[in-house]
Design a protein around this ligand. Structure first.
Ligand SMILES: Nc1ncnc2c1ncn2[C@@H]1O[C@H](COP(=O)(O)OP(=O)(O)OP(=O)(O)O)[C@@H](O)[C@H]1O
Ligand SMILES: [Mg+2]
Length: 630
């Protein structure tokens, strides 16, 4: 009998090993982003095509590699990050196994460009199936670009295992968000099929959370911060009212590494006890820093599970830190209005406000931006007008003539502070002006349509100029959103149902949307392989163009498809609202104008449409009088 045991060729051994590290496009994204962070980059750009199936590229401005290292980095167990086993317990970098690039090169076609600052020329390498195809010098700026094409091109079984582009893209975004949250001090962007999905300027952790999870969290985050000799915990938890029915925005980072830990999650949930419903999930983004010797990160190939030396201490610590934070927030609600530490340290706040600083502040972009652009009720002064920014600020109270510079600046800070709290200028404006008590539309004065686009309505304080399209978008948006939470919208059945044939992609999309569409008044049913039959439409829709309406709706929906922060429902509601809104240029009867204005002011947030564009501008009596110098 001959011997039967053989050593596997390198490329096959690599492919097998790669199975653990690179399971799907998102795992490659994670590895490449982490390498860029480890390389000291301050700007990291991720590009993907076809949800990473055809291309994943990460470009960083980090340290780069020498030509020898550029070749070495694709070897297995090749790493610059540890030298011996003890280093494993001193780890501060994301990587340490020297596995990632070897795995990537085993299952994709990879192109690497890299250059260190001091080197004259950079290095270009092409590698596929673990074999170097080309290595040559290349002109390049400092940093590294790694492009991996056609993932699993040589492992068809794995390629076939991949899910739909939408599903794979969701995994990619998850990984991207995890790294981006862990390093708010770095710039990140994500571009998918040529469209930028995220553009995250560097900033504070709070800013990063808001960039990613949405502005509405601005006033909803409670700071967690506890320090001991053993460990530190910091970050944010959501106020109890932000808890959602679906688990989602929950992040733990240990020494900046995202980890999954049902045990620690339990600790946070415990801290919320009785503050939230049993089946709901609070938001948290928590960072735990402790001596690396107290954690073993080498217990799982993807490094997302770790073992603590003393898990019970960590549990108790997290629970009490979160409890403490939540208690402080509920006993002294003003805590939440603390200014961002970044602002408190500004010279402008800590030092006296001199006349030249005042001039500089008035001229600064920051000041101009919030005093103008984002105000629903800002009225552009004409070139010749003597009313300048300060006066607009005080809206004719007469105070501006006498106020001292410091007083003005305090108010400026006040505004800044309020803007901080609410997240954007609109909400703030909304709260002081759009309250229905203050602003009363006078029906008896009648309504006037101008240019078939604007509606003028008298109010107790002057008049408002409404943009009929943006206003109607807001009205429909709120109507459809409410329909989503309970009773369905009324539908009208068509006498002659209409059939609709779609492309494979649109068919899949429409299938997915049918339950929501039904609730919103569209009665659509599948009818054969790629056909549908439309049985009814929302009661307030004019009949006759049902087919076009669904096609347009799908287009609109796709237009929002990169807005990953929106749920499917939200995208649908926005698409419907935009599509069904009265358009600019459409003639309105008096009754229609009246309904529009009344409906608008019944909205929860009447002053902007869903894209943040003002729905109306208010002209106050006082302000008009000033314009005419009366
Ligand atoms: N973007 C980059 N810029 C500079 N050097 C890099 C970059 N990516 C990788 N390297 C170098 O290549 C080596 C190998 O990278 P690889 O990701 O395979 O392993 P690792 O990061 O050390 O460990 P792990 O497998 O845990 O990620 C790294 O140790 C690093 O020295
Ligand atoms: Mg790595």
């Amino acid at each position: 009998m001959t011997d039967i045991i053989q050593l596997l060729p390198d490329n096959i051994a690599n492919q097998i090993a790669a199975g653990e590290v690179i399971q799907r496009p998102a795992s490659a994204v994670k590895e490449l982003l982490e390498n860029a962070v480890d390389a000291g980059a301050t700007e990291i750009k991720l590009f993907v095509n076809d949800a990473g199936k055809s291309l994943i590229q990460v470009i960083d401005n980090g340290n780069g590699m020498s030509d020898t290292d550029a070749r070495m980095c694709f070897e297995r167990h090749a790493t610059s990050k540890i030298k011996n086993i003890d280093d494993l317990f001193r780890i501060r970098t994301m990587g340490f196994r020297g596995e990632a690039l070897a795995s990537i090169a085993a299952v994709a076609q990879v192109e690497l460009k890299t250059k260190r600052k001091a080197d004259e020329a950079g290095t270009y390498i092409e590698i596929e199936n673990s074999l170097v195809k080309l290595q040559e010098p290349v002109a390049y700026t400092q940093g590294t670009s790694i492009a991996m094409k056609n993932l699993f091109f040589n492992v068809p079984a794995r390629r076939n295992f991949l899910k739909s582009n939408a599903a794979e893209m969701r995994h990619i975004v998850d990984e991207f968000i995890r790294v981006a949250l862990a390093f708010p001090e770095l710039f990140f962007s994500l571009t998918s099929n040529g469209q930028q999905v995220f553009h995250l300027e560097k900033g504070s952790l709070k800013q990063r959370i808001i960039q990613i999870l949405g502005n509405h969290y601005n006033a909803k985050l409670v700071t967690v911060q506890e320090k001991t000799d053993y460990m530190n915990i910091y970050g944010f938890v959501g106020k109890p009212d932000t808890a959602k029915k679906t688990r989602g925005d929950q992040y733990f980072f240990v020494n900046n590494r995202f980890i999954k830990s049902p045990y620690l999650n339990h600790a946070v949930m415990n801290a919320y006890q009785e503050m939230i419903a049993q089946d709901s999930f609070p938001l948290y983004v928590l960072f735990i820093d402790l001596d690396p010797s107290q954690v073993d990160i080498n217990v799982h190939p993807t490094k997302q599970e770790i073992k603590f030396e003393d898990e019970k201490i960590i549990y108790a610590f997290i629970q009490s830190a979160v409890k403490h934070a939540l208690a402080q927030f509920s006993i002294t609600p003003t805590l939440e209005f603390d200014l961002d530490p970044g602002i408190q340290q500004l010279d402008a706040v800590t030092q006296p406000f001199t006349a030249d600083k005042q001039a500089a502040a008035a001229a600064s972009d920051l000041y101009k931006n919030f005093s103008q652009k984002n105000q629903a009720h800002f009225i552009q002064p004409s070139e010749k007008s003597e009313l300048k920014h300060w006066k607009d600020f005080y809206e004719g109270t007469g105070r501006e003539e006498t106020a001292e510079p410091s007083e003005k600046f305090e108010s400026l800070l006040d505004k800044l502070k309020k803007e901080e709290q609410t997240g954007d200028g609109f909400e703030y404006q909304h709260s002081i002006t759009a309250g229905k008590i203050e602003l009363k539309v006078l029906d008896d004065a009648g309504f006037l349509q101008l240019m078939n686009t604007y509606v003028i309505a008298s109010t107790n304080r002057g008049f408002i100029l409404i943009h009929q399209q943006t206003a109607h978008e807001r009205i429909l948006y709120e109507r459809y959103t409410t329909a989503g939470h309970g009773s369905s919208m009324a539908a009208q059945r068509l006498l002659f149902p209409v059939t609709l044939q779609l492309s494979a992609q649109d068919t899949a999309l429409l299938h997915d949307l049918i339950p929501d569409l039904n609730q919103l008044g569209y009665l659509v049913e599948p009818f054969g392989k790629d056909s549908f039959v439309i049985q009814g439409t929302p009661a307030d829709m004019i009949q006759g163009d049902e087919r076009v309406s669904i096609e347009n709706l799908l287009e609109q929906f796709k237009h929002f498809s990169n807005e990953l922060k929106f749920s499917k429902r939200e995208k649908l509601v926005r698409s419907l609202a935009n599509q069904h809104a009265i358009k600019a240029g459409q003639y309105l009867e008096e009754k229609e104008m009246e309904a529009l204005v009344n409906d608008l002011f019944r909205c929860a947030q009447p002053n902007i449409n869903t894209s943040g564009i003002p729905t109306y501008i208010e002209f106050k009596k006082d302000y008009l009088a000033q314009l005419f110098k009366r």
